[in-house]
Every structure is written in structure tokens, then in C-alpha cells.
Design a protein. Structure first.
Length: 277
């Protein structure tokens, strides 16, 4: 059964294209993409993940063998292969993936001399956009041309921030890049939300970071906190989201809560802005 045979939710009117972004590595971008997508699927939303990170963690996080792929997102943005020829099904209800392989690492250089280099990803997404309730772009941990493409294609961004020392380091630079893209390429770009990950309620540091991020971002910060969990870390090695790998785990419950919060935010969406955006 192809992705066009699966119906969208009747509750969602417009497709949300959300870039999951933070140029710091290890903050939970791919973990968020995989697990939020799976949780939204359980809420009867049809979701596409565009894996736009050469590491391909969102691809392998659904058990897709990158070695067996003949085409990936690289072929779509540089060789004009239609997305519908690349989209992969997953084991999760209503969740699909445009996979990435290490081949994507070369795209950063190849895009430099390409025509319309900032909008290649948008051009790939537009023909299939209306087929989905949500499209998540799992961005690379950098602010190069791949990330600029993601910001040009998205209508908003979701920023994961880990509850650790220097949590906000680099976020100012990210917001500057967003302002540049908003001013020159994508005037509708906004911040959808800020997600605190790897939260450990036992440590004063985690609680301090939560307080600091909520003070800085206000209502943009999700109420749901994603806890630090061994099971969440293990799940990708089995090619499963946490709600499939360990449904009763606290991480699975947190991502289901996040999915419900995301849906509510879409219904009420009036994107407040952080003070320096």
C-alpha cells in the first residue's frame, strides 16, 4: 500500500511543515522526529519525516536499512527525482519517511553551484505536501545550505534543547539564521515550539535549565518534558520508536503527551515569539 492510499486526518485543515532544528548535536533532533511522528500516527495523523541529516538517524530509527536503498533525499534535491519515488513506509501507523544516506554529506558542496540552491527541498516537498497532516524535516547539526533549505521549506521550527549545561548555547545564532531566512527567503517562517529533552527531575541543573528556557521562550516552550531514559536511547538500535519498543516507558508516555500538545497547539496556533526573534 502506497502513501497516497492512506487518508489524512479530518481534524487537520492545513499541512504543517516543521523543521526540527538545533545546530548543536546530541540534543535529540532525530529522537524527537521519530518518536513524535510515531505518537502523532497513533493520534490518527498522517506524517512524513524528511531525513535531511547525512547521519540518517531518522531513517535507521524506523528500521530502514540504508545500505539497501537505491535512492534517498540526495537524489531528490540534486537530481530532481520525485519524492513519491523515494518515500518509504514504516512499521508505524500513518508514518512515512524520505530517507537519507551518507551520500547527502556531499550535497552541501554540490548545492553551492546549483540553480535555486536554497529552495531545492521546498521544490521536492510541494507536490506531495497536501498528502500529509504533518511533515517533519530532521535537520543536520549545522547552519549550512542543507539547513537553509529546511528553513526555506518549513512554515515553522521546533527547537529541541537538552536539559544540560550550556543548553542555550548557540540558540541565539540559530535565531539569527532564522531571521535571515525569514527576511530574504521565507517570510512566513515562525517558531512552533521549544522542547526540553533529556530531563532528569532529580538534578537541580535540569530544573534550572527548564526555568531558564521557559523564562526566555515563554509560551513557546512545551509543557511536556522529555525525560532521560535508557529505553529511549536503546529503541533506535532495534529500529523502533519508543512507543513500539516499550509502550509503558515514561519516554513513550511523554511523546504521546507531546503529540497531544502539538495537536492542541495547531488548533490554537498564534505563534508567540521569543524576545529576540
Amino acid at each position: 500500500m502506497g502513501f497516497r492510499d492512506i487518508s489524512r486526518s479530518k481534524s487537520e485543515k492545513d499541512t504543517r511543515v516543521i523543521a526540527i532544528i538545533n545546530q548543536k548535536g546530541g540534543v535529540g533532533k532525530s529522537t524527537t522526529a521519530v518518536n513524535l511522528a510515531a505518537a502523532l500516527g497513533e493520534q490518527n495523523r498522517k506524517v512524513l519525516i524528511v531525513d535531511f541529516d547525512p547521519q540518517g538517524n531518522s531513517t535507521s530509527g524506523f528500521g530502514i536499512d540504508k545500505e539497501e536503498l537505491t535512492q534517498c533525499v540526495y537524489d531528490a534535491i540534486l537530481h530532481d527525482v520525485p519524492a513519491e519515488e523515494i518515500i518509504q513506509e514504516t512499521s508505524c501507523k500513518k508514518v512515512f519517511v524520505v530517507p537519507a544516506t551518507i551520500q547527502l554529506a556531499g550535497a552541501e558542496i554540490e548545492l553551492v553551484s546549483a540553480m535555486a540552491r536554497e529552495t531545492r527541498l521546498k521544490d521536492m516537498i510541494d507536490p506531495i505536501k497536501d498528502e500529509f497532516d504533518f511533515i517533519f524535516i530532521d535537520c543536520p547539526p549545522s547552519l549550512g545550505l542543507l539547513t537553509i533549505n529546511a528553513l526555506a521549506a518549513a512554515d515553522s521550527v521546533l527547537i529541541p534543547i537538552q536539559c544540560e549545561y550550556y543548553a542555550l548555547e548557540g540558540v541565539t545564532k540559530l535565531l539569527e539564521s532564522m531571521r535571515m531566512v525569514k527576511g530574504r527567503i521565507n517570510k512566513d517562517l515562525d517558531t512552533f515550539g521549544v522542547l526540553l529533552t533529556m530531563y532528569d527531575s532529580r538534578t537541580s541543573l535540569s530544573n534550572q535549565v527548564v526555568e531558564e528556557v521557559r523564562r526566555y521562550f515563554g509560551n513557546l516552550a512545551f509543557k511536556t518534558l522529555i525525560p532521560r531514559s535508557v529505553k529511549v536511547s536503546e529503541a533506535p538500535s532495534y529500529g523502533l520508536p519508543i512507543i513500539k519498543y516499550s509502550p509503558s516507558n515514561k519516554g513513550a508516555r511523554a511523546y504521546m503527551n507531546l503529540a497531544r500538545e502539538v495537536i492542541r497547539r495547531c488548533l490554537l496556533y498564534t505563534s508567540p515569539s521569543p524576545r529576540d526573534s
